[in-house]
Design a protein around this ligand. Structure first.
Ligand SMILES: C[S@@+](CC[C@H](N)C(=O)[O-])C[C@H]1O[C@@H](n2cnc3c(N)ncnc32)[C@H](O)[C@@H]1O
Length: 519
């Protein structure tokens, strides 16, 4: 059943919305505004109208709104467990990665102007390297609403920025433009600790923590927020920060058997049916009403940015069974329910079936442009060990958890043949290079960066009512051989005791869901 879109766009990822709800039938998400107008909206207003009264526990809702409105900006609201929940470590180097970057050199080498289409080539795209952005055009099919990313121009697995040197935000900022960590000149290993521990980086991490709690804030700049905000609005090439350009909805992927899988009481009372549904269902899924052209930005997979340690803790917590409140919805597969916690009623994942924590990996493209060693290595804060050599291929991870606070992107299921691709993107959060010419330094420059956002783009043309899916492994699993596929990283998905079968149904389905080995 389709209803008229009841809520404004919640997809931009600027809104750190709580999603303690469960749709009775299906929920529509749409942007009533052209993207360029969307950034001017009152996002707090969106929040208020977004939370469906009928589903969300009223007390919780009032509390959440009150916290968002007060000066504290919802610090308590976003705290979801231990106090460490708000300790953000990002870009944690992984010492367990030894695979080489399968995407190295897979970009485009054309020389293009912003707004012009790009060609494919077998080296990194010169236009991206030069302009420090991906550029876009409006798509006539969607009345100019959809902004198209030229995927051929995209050096895969590289963080990108959402602006151009022509953009006012660039001119107003002293940030050094960069689209990719791979293009940065690197520090030597001995300078690495300084880069990650640099006071400004620490401040930045703290600020990021606050940003993740703020609703209605468009600026992420720590130099001149107001200036940056104005510049953001002016930038014609933004796609991720401009919000949704197509109408999305969510619904259960379970076969319709005349029994609503959403009703906790029913599924509890019909264990056999529930089990059947669960075996055939991937829970809720994200669908589109509209045709989406290849390359269009679709939605951000938005959530709290958390440390790996916190992700591990939450993973354990989410696996614990919780109560299903009478009258509130609960899906046998995804099982989001309203339960009590020390913060009062809040959403929780109530069985072992679901995992929303996304690990975004950024590959270092070693010395591709500069002949330098790429991004510096650093001691692994988790193991205390020194990570792999600065010369070795490396992946940097960002843990995104939308379980408690996120957006509709959390309903995008996994497929081994997905129609979306996840790209790390920084919106007004550029990598900044610091010159260090002190006598003790062995290098000139070191880098400091904010965590990227997981932006989902259409990997191919998508038809109306198609389900939107992406590869949770970020394409990594497809690169691995069979022995690794069924290895440690996969098998820990369900309670660390066995793999979760993949139900994507794709002809080339790998059979198992990916699960990050660090969890
Ligand atoms: C990010 S959530 C996606 C939304 C989820 N289906 C829901 O109902 O909330 C990820 C969870 O969805 C389920 N899921 C997603 N893709 C799946 C697939 N291909 N096969 C089986 N389960 C899947 C798993 O339970 C997984 O932990």
């Amino acid at each position: 059943m389709r209803r008229s879109p009841p809520h404004p766009d919640i997809s931009s990822g600027r809104e750190r919305l709580p999603i303690p709800y469960y749709p009775e039938e299906e929920e529509n998400f749409t942007s009533p505004h052209p993207p360029q107008k969307a950034v001017e909206r009152c996002l707090l207003g969106s929040l208020q109208s977004y939370i469906p009264e009928s589903i969300v526990h009223e007390t919780w809702r009032k509390e959440a709104l009150a916290r968002l409105l007060d000066g504290d900006r919802g610090a308590a609201f976003a705290r979801t467990g231990s106090s460490e929940a708000n300790e953000i470590e990002q870009w944690l180097p992984r010492d367990d990665w030894s695979v080489s970057d399968p995407y190295e050199g897979s970009g485009c080498s054309c020389i293009a102007k912003p707004g012009a289409p790009c060609c494919t080539a077998d080296t990194d795209c010169e236009c991206v390297e030069s302009f420090g952005n991906f550029y876009s055009t409006a798509d006539a099919q969607l009345n100019g609403l959809a902004r198209i990313l030229h995927l051929d121009a995209l050096p895969a697995r590289h963080a990108l920025r959402e602006c151009t040197p022509l953009c006012a935000c660039q001119q107003a900022s002293s940030f050094i433009r960069s689209n990719s960590i791979s293009t940065q000149r690197a520090a030597g290993p001995e300078d690495e600790a300084r880069s990650f521990r640099h006071p400004e980086f620490v401040d930045r991490a703290k600020r990021r923590k606050l940003e993740s709690l703020e609703v209605g804030t468009e600026s992420n700049s720590y130099e001149d927020p107001q200036k940056s905000e104005r510049a953001s609005i002016q930038c014609a090439n933004r796609v991720v920060g401009s919000g949704l350009a197509c109408r999305l909805y969510i619904r259960s992927t379970a076969p319709r058997l005349g029994i609503s899988p959403h009703r906790c009481s029913k599924s509890e009372g019909n264990a056999a049916i529930s089990a059947d549904l669960k075996s055939a269902s991937r829970g809720l899924g994200l669908f589109t009403h509209d045709f989406i052209p290849r390359g269009a930005f679709v939605i951000e997979y938005a959530g709290e940015v958390i440390s790996t340690q916190e992700a591990r803790k939450r993973w354990v917590e989410y696996q614990k069974p919780s109560m299903c409140s009478p009258g509130k919805g609960s899906d046998p597969a995804s099982s989001i329910a309203i339960s009590q916690s020390d913060f009062g009623p809040r959403p929780s994942v109530s069985n072992k079936g679901s995992n929303y924590i996304l690990v975004l990996q950024e590959w270092m493209n070693v010395g591709a442009h500069t002949g330098h060693a790429g991004f510096p290595s650093s001691p692994d804060p988790l193991s205390g060990t020194q990570a792999t050599s600065a010369l070795a291929p490396r992946a940097y991870r960002t843990n995104i958890d939308p379980t408690i606070t996120g957006n509709a992107g959390r309903f995008a299921n996994h497929s081994c043949e997905p129609n979306l691709i996840s790209i790390p993107v920084r919106c007004d959060e550029p990598i900044k290079l610091y010159d260090d010419t002190s006598a003790s330094s062995t290098c000139e420059t070191y880098a400091v960066a904010a965590a990227p956002r997981a932006a989902l783009f259409a990997a191919r043309d998508i038809q109306p009512d198609d389900e939107l899916t992406f590869d949770y492994s970020g394409g990594e699993l497809a690169q691995l051989d069979d022995s690794r596929k069924h290895g440690e990283g996969v098998k820990r998905d369900v309670g660390r005791s066995g793999a979760t079968p993949c139900l994507c149904g794709a002809p080339s389905c790998r059979g198992w869901m990916y699960f990050d080995p660090a969890l």
